[in-house]
Every structure is written in C-alpha cells, then in structure tokens.
Design a protein around this ligand. Structure first.
Ligand SMILES: Nc1nc2c(ncn2[C@@H]2O[C@H](COP(=O)(O)OP(=O)(O)OP(=O)(O)O)[C@@H](O)[C@H]2O)c(=O)[nH]1
Length: 421
C-alpha cells in the first residue's frame, strides 16, 4: 500500500462509506462543545438522527449526554441499522472521545496559517520547476529553513529526499509533497525519545508539574488538560503554584470553575512549595487521580528559577517518591526560535519530560515542531490548535504532516486512485 493510502486510512480512521457516520458524530461533538459555553440556566435543543435530545448546560451533563446518546439512539430506532451505527461510532472514537477524522480536521484547521504561507510557497516552487534538479532542492531547502524547521532537520530531510529521488528515478516535481511528507514522518518517528503518552500512574496519584514563562498559554493549557483528563474519567485537582504574578491564582480558578475541578490555593505572594504541600495532602485525602500544578514563569534570573523549581520538586517528591511524574514545559509556537532558547534554560533548570507547544494555530512557521524535536530531544506531547477547550491535542506526526500539505496530498491521492481504476 502506498504511503498516501496508509496515511489516509489512519487519518480518516475509516473507509469512505463509514465517513458519513463520522460526520454525524463530529456534529454531535461540536454541539457538546458549544454546550460547555452555554450559561447554566439556558438549555438548547439539538436533533440527533430521529430524536430530540436536550443539550446540557454543564460539563458533567455534557459528559452524561455523550455517554447516553448511543443508547438513546438505539432505543428510539431499535433497528439493526442503528445498532450498527452505534458500533461504528463507538469503535471510531479514540480514548479521548473524538473520532479519528475530527482530530485530523483539527490539525488541518490549526495548521492553516503554516499551510497558507510555507506550503503555498512549496506549491509555487513545484509549479515553477517541473523537474527535480539541484536548484529545486536548494530553493526547497530555503523554504524549509524559513518555516523554522531547523537546520539539522532540513539537512537530514534533504539527504533523504535526494536519495529517494534517485532511488525511485523521480524526474517530475509534481508528486514531491508526498515524498517530503513520507520522509518527515520517517525522521520524526525514528527518534528514540520516550513516547508522547503521559506517564499516568495506575491506581495512584499522578502529579503533573507545568513550567514555562508568563503568557505562553500555561494556564489555558492546564485548564484544557484538566478537561481532557476529566473526560477520560479521572478525578483531577489543580494547584495554584504561581503565587508571584498578580491575577494568576484567579485565572486558574476561572479555569477550574469552567471545567469543574477544584483548585488548591493560598494568598498571592505565599510560598509555592507550601501550596504544593497543601495540594498533595488534599489530593491524597480526596483520593484524586491527577494533580496538575501551575508554577511561576520567571526567567529573568536562572538561579532563582532553578531554586524555586528545585524547592517545589523537593516538596513534591518528599510526599510522593518518583513524583512529579511529568514536568511539562509550555512553549509558545509563535515565538519561534525564542521558544528554543526558553526550552534550553528550563531544561537546565529542571528535568523536563515533555513539551506542550501552544498556539500552533497562530503561527505561519509550524515547522518549529520539527526543530524542537531535533534540538531538544524532548517529546512534544501536546499541541495547542486553538482557544477552545478541546483544541489541545496529543501530538501526532502523520496528522501534523497532513496539516502541512493537506491540499497537495489530497490531490495526489485522488490522482493515484484515478490511475488505479
Ligand atoms: N490561538 C490560541 N491561543 C491560545 C492557545 N493556548 C493559549 N492561548 C491564548 O493565549 C493567551 C495566554 O494564555 P494564558 O493561559 O493566559 O497564558 P499563561 O501562560 O497562563 O500566562 P501566565 O499565567 O502569565 O503564565 C490566552 O488568550 C489564551 O486563550 C492556543 O493553542 N491557540
């Protein structure tokens, strides 16, 4: 099977005849997301298949509806067809509760700016050159560098491309986007970094520490992650460890209220390590599954940062050996190379286990994901693809690459399929 076909099957998560059902499911999810923003008193009515279901006003109710909808659908229709529909919908939902197709669409939408800038230039280049030669490679190399892909990755990619073009005797530039995509996936997946899965402890409290400078989207990301984990059935608690920045505690509380999780906090200016201590005690007492801890993001002085993070670490691991189980660094994709500098500093100050790259939707230089992998050797575990609650997605190489070249890949796949007929 060709790379494009394999990719399509994975990204769609279904064969074409099943897509109609997934579209329906996507619409239901959109409604459920909308419902999260509906004020408490307001109840909106939504139609699903042949039945009218009240959309909930609260997160909990939204979850209940998610859980009960398939049964209600079957109860009303009670035909073999509807049972099949239910089975397909269930099968195609990931553990996060989204269909493969809807996640692919999120990546595609989130990478629109990068596609409009970088990818459209690649398409122009392909149109101008027609045949693959050394000048073509050089211009392509420049475009990749401009998209913040990073020098080492660009060199590795160019070597692979030259080899592949020779091996397959490719003369025509027209199918080059799929070769670039295949090689990018190969490069990213060949790395021996740890998996992107969160290190969640079974049956025990998991502590996730968030670090990162102010304004990168740390609080928003903590809120989104709490929401995701809660949807997965985990009980979550937040610790307001940024006691330094005015308003940071309130901001976290707003997110806590929004997603329905409690926030353990003290007064502004108090010792963050003391907040962590309280939060761990509270989490243990309540039997919580996951504690997500915010921290202050002062970078002006590396020694201060190190001291503060060390103290927080010490307190956490004294209470729970091996904790924190994850130290996630939030980086703002729109800051480009500056994000790499920040990452280097945090890497020296603490043991960062994963990166959350926020605001990928806000940059035209989405190649930064590849540079991070190459320069820092820390896995990008999540990407922020928008401001909505479910716009935080686990990073996925194939979806990312598809997001970069969607139009060209769709066209090439269609041509491939026409040729086969
Ligand atoms: N478009 C987009 N905006 C985002 C994303 N993540 C966060 N934001 C926005 O970025 C802004 C800053 O986010 P905050 O969460 O307040 O930033 P912060 O890092 O907590 O700031 P500090 O509390 O100072 O550390 C907010 O307007 C968020 O809505 C994302 O993935 N995409």
């Amino acid at each position: 099977m060709s790379f494009l076909k394999r990719m399509k099957e994975k990204l769609m998560g279904a064969k074409p005849e099943e897509l109609e059902v997934q579209q329906l499911e996507t619409n239901d999810e959109e409604q459920a997301n909308l419902a999260l923003e509906v004020p408490q008193e307001e109840v909106v009515v939504q139609e699903t298949i042949s039945e009218v279901v009240a959309v909930p006003a609260t997160t909990e109710q939204a979850q209940q509806v998610e859980e009960t909808q398939p049964e209600e659908v079957v109860a009303v229709g009670s035909t073999t067809e509807l049972v099949e529909v239910e089975e397909i919908v269930e099968e195609k939902k990931s553990k996060w509760g989204f269909s493969a197709l809807s996640i692919t669409e999120k990546f595609k939408a989130g990478l629109e700016k990068t596609r409009d800038s970088f990818t459209s230039k690649v398409n122009d280049l392909v149109a101008r050159y027609r045949t693959v030669d050394e000048d073509f490679f050089e211009e392509l190399e420049d475009l990749l560098l401009q998209a913040d892909v990073g020098f080492e990755t660009v060199m590795e990619l160019m070597d692979k491309l030259r080899y592949e073009v020779q091996r397959q005797n490719i003369k025509d530039t027209s199918g080059i986007q799929s070769v670039i995509s295949e090689k990018l996936v190969e490069i990213y997946e060949s790395s021996d970094e740890e998996s992107i899965e969160l290190n969640i402890q079974d049956g025990e409290l998991t502590v996730i520490l968030f670090v990162g400078v102010n304004g990168v989207g740390k609080t928003t990301t903590i809120g989104k992650l709490a929401h995701r984990l809660k949807q997965e059935g985990k009980s979550v608690l937040l610790a307001a460890g940024d006691t330094f920045r005015a308003g940071a505690i309130d901001q976290l509380q707003v997110w806590g209220d929004r997603v329905g999780v409690d926030v353990i906090k003290q007064a502004e200016g108090s010792d963050p390590a003391a907040v962590m201590y309280d939060a761990i005690r509270a989490a243990k007492k309540r039997g919580a599954d996951i504690l997500i801890c915010d921290t202050a993001g002062r970078l002006q002085n590396k020694v201060n940062l190190m001291n503060e993070l060390e103290k927080v670490h010490r307190v956490i691991s004294r209470e729970i050996p091996n904790a924190p189980h994850e130290v996630l660094l939030a980086l703002d994709a729109t800051t480009g190379q500056n994000a790499l500098v920040q990452a280097q500093t945090f890497k020296e100050a603490t043991n960062v286990t994963g990166i959350v790259l926020t605001k990928l939707d806000g940059t035209a230089k989405g190649g930064i994901v590849l540079a991070i992998r190459n320069k820092l050797h820390i896995p990008v575990k999540f990407v922020g693809l928008g401001e909505k609650m479910d716009d935080l997605q686990p990073f996925d190489t194939e979806r990312y690459v598809y997001g970069l070249f969607a139009d060209a890949l769709d066209q090439q796949l269609a041509e491939e399929e026409t040729k086969e007929q």
